[in-house]
Design a protein around this ligand. Structure first.
Ligand code: HEM
Length: 404
């Protein structure tokens, strides 16, 4: 299983780097020549002019150039006059000899008018820019800062959730080696994506003024490439994490009690839960499953890794807006997960690093899970890996098991 998983990750890395860096092929000149021959007649349509054929002196040199009417200007400079540019700026597509298959937007300089959520009715490029600069950056940034502030406040007021009782020294395997490697591959890829994403989006506000153009340019270039490589790895490891943990994240009736009391996190007694409490299940279904799949899907579009999709500017703008919203919400959610998984709860990080928790930890944080272990419904040791430095779990627990 581990060999299969690392092979899959390696494949993802190769796939990601090969596809993400692929550039679009050069246009076929023969095709261009035949297309030019079949250029449409110019009755009323925008006429393209081969700039190299412009033998005539610069039109502006002509007498009365500045006072020419549009009709006159259209004659002397068919490709450069106000009506022509009005059409261009309103998104009209002109004639281009480039094959549509290779250049789906050839002939269209400025996209037609659209209204994205939060933008004015304007050309799509400008509409996207307004959404990004007026909504995604300010509100996305504010949300991340607010969550960070709330976590800092919680830690300052409450501190780490420590164990109340003494450890018994009897250990239970909470995460097998496979679960831990899937988790950390995903966690590391996510961290690379989150840090590089934050710098690409917000770096110009807090890093550029300090670093200056050259250094910031190189940093963002390196991080953009790290982002493109880590993306496919995250995509594969996320699917593995979903498959691995989905069973134990299915809802139980006790989850409602947990949610009703906020898990008892603000009191001094945690509400009993199964292997994963309702809070972890909300992060799993909301963060890992729902947002995770949206982030990966829109990320693969931005990386041009979805076969058969026509990648136009509009596709990329929509994918970017979806990606930006989903990633900011996911980062906000995982800031909480990472806090609990590092300094927020004693023993949590050790569980995902060594795979084992003490019986007391299990009792205080996941009592119903411990009951299942004691009743033999869940084995105390699931993987084959030998317990190197820990007293044999199952032997000692057998003595604890309540007679069925
Ligand atoms: C640096 C980042 C991260 C750290 C330090 C971290 C830490 C932890 C820890 C300590 C646990 C064990 C909690 C327990 O025993 O119940 C855990 C569980 C878990 N983590 Fe993470 N994690 C990180 C990032 C991620 C990411 C990015 C994902 C997925 C996108 C993720 C998904 C999970 C899942 C699915 C579980 C199992 C618990 C459940 O299913 O609810 N983690 N993590």
């Amino acid at each position: 299983m581990n060999k299969a998983f690392s092979a899959a990750l390696l494949l993802a890395l190769v796939w990601g780097s090969a596809m993400a860096q692929s550039t679009s092929p050069a246009p076929d000149t023969a095709v261009a020549a035949s297309a030019a021959a079949s250029a449409p007649s110019d009755a009323g349509a925008i006429k393209s002019q081969n700039i190299l054929d412009m033998k005539k002196p610069d039109a502006s040199a002509e007498a009365g150039y500045a006072t020419q009417t549009n009709g006159e200007r259209a004659k002397v400079q068919p490709g450069n006059n106000a009506p022509m540019w009005r059409q261009v700026s309103s998104g009209v597509t002109g004639y281009s000899s480039l094959p549509k298959a290779q250049a789906p937007e050839a002939g269209n300089l400025i996209q037609p008018f659209v209204q994205y959520p939060g933008s004015r009715l304007t050309n799509a490029g400008e509409a996207w820019r307004q959404v990004r600069n007026n909504w995604l950056l300010p509100y996305g940034g504010a949300l991340l800062l607010i969550v960070l502030g709330a976590i800092a406040l919680f830690y300052w007021r409450k501190g780490s959730l420590a164990l109340h009782g003494a450890e018994t020294g009897r250990k239970i395997e909470r995460f097998t080696p496979f679960e831990r490697s899937a988790h950390w591959a995903n966690a590391i890829a996510f961290s690379i994506l989150a840090i590089s994403g934050v710098v690409m989006a917000f770096g110009k506000f807090f890093l550029y003024p300090v670093m200056g153009t050259t250094l910031f340019g190189w940093l963002t270039y390196a991080l953009k490439n790290a982002h493109n490589f880590a993306g496919p790895v995250f995509a594969v490891s996320l699917l593995v994490v979903i498959g691995t943990f989905i069973k134990d994240n299915l809802p139980h009736k006790e989850d409602l009690t947990w949610l009703a009391h906020g898990g008892g996190l603000l009191s001094d007694r945690e509400v009993a839960s199964h292997r994963f409490n309702a809070g972890e299940k909300v992060v799993f279904w909301g963060g890992v499953f729902f947002l995770g799949l949206i982030v990966v899907g829109s990320g693969l579009v931005l990386d041009k890794l979805i076969p058969g999709l026509v990648y136009e500017r509009g596709t990329m703008q929509l994918a970017h807006m979806v990606h930006a919203v989903a990633t900011v919400l996911m980062m906000a959610m995982f800031l909480g997960h990472i806090y609990m998984g590092t300094i927020g709860m004693d023993g949590a990080y050790k569980a995902m690093r060594t795979g084992y928790v003490d019986e007391t930890w299990a009792k205080e944080h996941h009592e119903l899970w411990l009951d299942d272990v004691k009743s033999g419904k869940i084995p105390a040791q699931r993987s084959q890996s030998p317990l190197s430095d820990i007293r044999p779990v199952h032997a000692s627990l057998r003595s604890l098991r309540k007679p069925v």
